[in-house]
Design a binder for this molecule. Structure first.
Ligand SMILES: Cc1cc2nc3c(=O)[nH]c(=O)nc-3n(C[C@H](O)[C@H](O)[C@H](O)COP(=O)(O)O)c2cc1C
Length: 179
C-alpha cells in the first residue's frame, strides 16, 4: 500500500506527528511518507490568491495525495473542533482539479493531553472530508492523556498498542478493497 501521512499540527514536538511516526513504522513505510506541512508554506485560503494561481505547496500536496492509495491524518482537537491547519489544508485541496481527496480511503487519528482524547475534533473533520467524497474509515483512533500514554519507544499501555495496530490493519484491508 502506498500511503500519504500528514499532521494537523505544525509543532516540532507534536504528539499527533509522533502518532504518525508510529503508524509509518507499523505499516512499513519510509518516514519520508509523512508530509511536513511546514515545508509547503500553504497560506490561509484566500480567493484572491487562488484567482492568481493555486499555491505550489497545495499543488505539491495534491500530487502526493493523488499518487497515494490511502491517506492517514493525525490531528489535534482545538477548542472542541477541527484544527485550523487541517481545515485550511482541506479547503485548499478542495480547489484543485481533479480533486485529489475524492474516493480516497482516509484514516483519522488524534492525540491529546486531555481525557476526551481529541475525538470531537475528528468528528468535525469527517464533515468536510466526507462532503468531498473521501472514503473516511468508520473507526478512528484517539489517544487521551498522551503525555503520559506515549514515551520514546511508543505506547506505555500495551492495550493502546493493540488498539492502534488493529485499526491500522483494518484500515489497510478497507483501503485494499477500495483501490
Ligand atoms: C488553541 C488550542 C485549543 C485547544 N483545544 C483543545 C481541545 O478542545 N481539546 C483538547 O483535547 N485539547 C485542546 N488543546 C490542547 C491540544 O490538544 C494540545 O496542545 C496538543 O498537544 C496539540 O497537539 P500536538 O501535540 O500534536 O501539537 C488545545 C490547544 C490549543 C493551542
Amino acid at each position: 500500500m502506498k500511503y500519504c501521512f500528514f499532521s494537523g499540527s505544525l509543532r516540532k514536538d507534536s504528539l499527533n506527528t509522533k502518532l504518525l511516526h508510529m503508524a509509518v513504522k507499523h505499516v512499513n513505510c519510509p518516514p519520508s511518507a509523512i508530509v511536513n506541512l511546514n515545508d509547503l508554506s500553504i497560506p490561509l485560503y484566500n480567493g484572491d490568491i487562488e484567482a492568481v494561481a493555486i499555491p505550489d505547496g497545495v499543488q505539491k500536496l495534491a500530487q502526493i495525495i493523488d499518487q497515494a492509495q490511502a491517506i492517514i491524518i493525525a490531528s489535534p482537537e482545538y477548542n472542541y473542533g477541527i484544527s485550523g491547519v487541517l481545515k485550511n489544508t482541506i479547503d485548499w485541496l478542495s480547489r484543485v482539479r481533479p480533486m485529489p481527496l475524492k474516493q480516497k480511503p482516509l484514516l483519522l487519528m488524534a492525540a491529546s493531553p486531555g481525557q476526551i482524547a481529541g475525538i470531537r475534533g475528528l468528528w468535525h473533520a469527517r464533515v468536510p472530508l466526507e462532503g468531498l467524497g473521501n472514503y473516511v474509515y468508520p473507526e478512528m483512533f484517539s489517544l487521551g492523556n498522551s503525555f503520559q500514554a506515549l514515551n520514546e519507544s511508543g505506547f506505555v499501555n500495551p492495550d493502546d498498542q493493540k488498539r492502534f495496530a488493529a485499526i491500522l490493519d483494518g484500515f489497510e484491508k478497507f483501503s485494499k478493497a477500495l483501490t
